[in-house]
Structures are given as C-alpha cells and as structure tokens.
Design a binder for this molecule. Structure first.
Ligand code: FAD
Ligand code: A2P
Length: 276
C-alpha cells in the first residue's frame, strides 16, 4: 500500500472497529469461510475467539462470538462460519464480498489455548461442525508442535461435503513450507487426521464418542488408548457433544482444566443453542 492508498482506506472505514473482507469461500449451502484485515494492535493466542458482526437494520451492531481460524502469526484473520437461514447475523454475513467491511471487536478470549493444558505427548482436537475453527488456528501454529509430539484431529459432520474445509486445510498444511522446513517429511506423522461422517457413507464413519469408547480410533491410528499421563484434549462442538465427550475423557482418567488451572483437557461451545 502507498501512503495515499492507506489514507484512502482509512477514510472509507465507516464502521467502528471495521475490518475489510479480503476473500470469501463458500464450501456448502450452509458453510463458508472468509478472511479479513487484521488490526495492527490485535494480539491473540491461537484457539481464542472474538466478537464479530455487521450493522443491523436499526444501525445497532449484531455481534456474535467467532473463533479465529487463522494462526496468531498470520497477517490476516480467517473465520469459518455456518449460515443459519433465519439467523440475525449469518443470514446477512453469508452475503459478504471482498472489499466489504465487518465489525471486529479486538478483545480475544477463550479456553482452547495451549496454556490451559499440562505438557504431554499427544494432543487431541475433538470437533463437530464449525467447532473445527479454533483447531484450524491451533494446528497452523508451530507452538503446538513445539509442545506436543503428535496432534490428532477428529472431526465429525453429518455429510462428507461438510468436512471439505477441514480436509483441504489439513492437506495444504502437510505441504506448508514453514512446517515442512521445521519438521521435514515426518510432519505427516505429527498431525493425524480422523474425519468421520454420521449420516452419509464415507471411508470412516461414526460419532467421536462412539469411536473413542469402542477403541476404533485408537486401533485405526495404531495408538494406545488415552491416558492422563500422555494425552491432552480440546473439545469444541454443541453442548450435547461437549457433555458427552467430557464424560468419555473422564472415563479415561483425564480432568478438565482452565487458563488459571491447567489440566488434561479443556472445553468450549461451538455455538449456543440446541443445534439446527
Ligand atoms: P443465532 O441466533 O446466533 O443462532 C441461531 C441458532 O443457530 C442457534 O440457536 C443454534 O441452534 C444454531 N447455530 C448457531 N451457530 C451455529 C453453528 N456454528 N453451528 C451449528 N448451529 C449453529 N459460529 C460459527 O459459524 N463459527 C465460529 O467459529 C463460531 N465460534 C463461536 C465461538 C463461541 C465461543 C460461541 C459461543 C459461538 C460461536 N459460533 C460460531 C456461533 C456464533 O456465535 C453464532 O451463533 C452464529 O454465527 C449464528 O449467528 P446468527 O445470528 O445467524 O444466529
Ligand atoms: P449424529 O448424526 O449421529 O447426530 P449436528 O449437525 O446435529 O450439530 O451434529 C454434527 C455432528 O455431531 C453429527 O455428525 C452428529 O452425529 C454429531 N453429534 C451430535 N451430537 C453428538 C453427541 N452428543 N455426541 C457425539 N456426537 C454428536
């Protein structure tokens, strides 16, 4: 940007806390991702969320919590979003285009951060639907691989196409120049991916809870069952999912931690409500 361009950009900023959309990708009828400019002053820990939104019809902003899907070293911010047909925010947000502005309150918070977990050998990311977003950030942060030998991403959706954003992101990550430079060809073994569907046939099926309690995921990935000595986990899905996974992890002897009291796993809601 030239100084004149930058000045022009500043002038065109009309919303408080405005950021400019730099790209939008629609993955399915109900899922899209987008990237926006990052405020120079915004520092966050990979895995945290912020409030974003658009002005409502009465001019009052409609703000919602969104996990930042990009890692903390990225120049831009990425978000991965549902489209709720009658949702106050997403019925409008789904129409954003490159060059549009969104509101972004630069106050990141959240429990899905590396500091909320004790050191260990293996870190499990357990997500359904858009609960993948905070892990899209954490799995692209080299700090994750500094702290853990192995990362396992379990992501479950109803249909195979709903897995596409995550699948492509992980495929690209395996060829990421920065991580490749740091970890070489061995990187594929450091980030294991276990996608499943529950309402459409696909190579791997079943709920995360069932694949853990039956031992299938451990068998398929040639890993030992989870133990509090070696395994750490982060959970992000609907309330029902979070409650059920929490009890499975407790069954393996893991305990829930927090920023102020790091333990073996942490939980965050991917959305409020019973789901669509
Ligand atoms: P709302 O009135 O907010 O929601 C209407 C109904 O839609 C809800 O009651 C629920 O049943 C359903 N719903 C809402 N969001 C989802 C979802 N993500 N998946 C499935 N069903 C949903 N949403 C994202 O798309 N991406 C994120 O990264 C994200 N991060 C979040 C982080 C936190 C901590 C929380 C609490 C929520 C997060 N959400 C995320 C949900 C988000 O805040 C909004 O609910 C969502 O954008 C829909 O907004 P809305 O105004 O259109 O509808
Ligand atoms: P299922 O199809 O068996 O309900 P939803 O679209 O309802 O939010 O669900 C997203 C994914 O999460 C689906 O694959 C769904 O499986 C799964 N899921 C929903 N609730 C739970 C739960 N309590 N425990 C484990 N998986 C769940």
């Amino acid at each position: 940007l030239t100084v004149a361009d930058a000045a022009a950009k500043t002038v065109t900023k009309t919303l408080p806390d405005a950021q400019t959309v730099t790209s939008v990708t629609h993955w399915t009828d109900s899922l899209f991702s987008f990237r926006v400019t990052r405020p120079a002053s915004l520092r966050f820990r990979s895995g945290e969320f912020v409030m974003i939104g658009l002005p409502g019809d009465n001019g009052k902003p409609i703000l919602r919590a969104y996990s930042i899907a990009s890692p903390n070293w990225d120049d831009e911010l990425e978000f991965y979003s549902i489209k709720v047909p009658d949702g106050p925010l997403t019925s409008k947000l789904q129409h954003i285009k490159e060059g549009d502005e969104i509101i972004l309150r630069p106050k990141p918070v959240g429990t899905l951060v590396l500091d909320a977990l004790l050191p260990g050998k293996r870190l499990w990311f357990l997500a359904t639907g858009t609960g993948f977003a905070p892990f899209a950030s954490l799995m692209r942060d080299p700090e994750t691989y500094e702290r853990y030998e192995q990362v396992v991403m379990m992501h479950t959706c109803r249909t195979a196409e709903e897995l596409t954003y995550g699948r492509e992101l992980i495929e690209n990550l395996r060829h990421d120049p920065l991580l490749g430079e740091l970890y070489g060809e061995d990187f594929a073994n450091r980030l294991l991916y276990y996608p499943t569907t529950t309402r459409e046939d696909s190579p791997r099926m079943g709920r995360i809870t069932d694949n853990m309690t039956s031992g299938k995921v451990f068998q398929d990935l040639s890993l030992p069952p989870m133990s509090p000595e070696t395994d750490r986990a982060m959970i992000c899905g609907s309330l029902a999912f979070n409650v059920d996974v929490k009890s499975v992890l407790e069954g393996f002897g893991l305990n829930e931690g927090a920023n102020s009291d790091p333990k073996e796993f942490v939980v965050e809601k991917a959305f409020v409500g019973e789901g669509v």
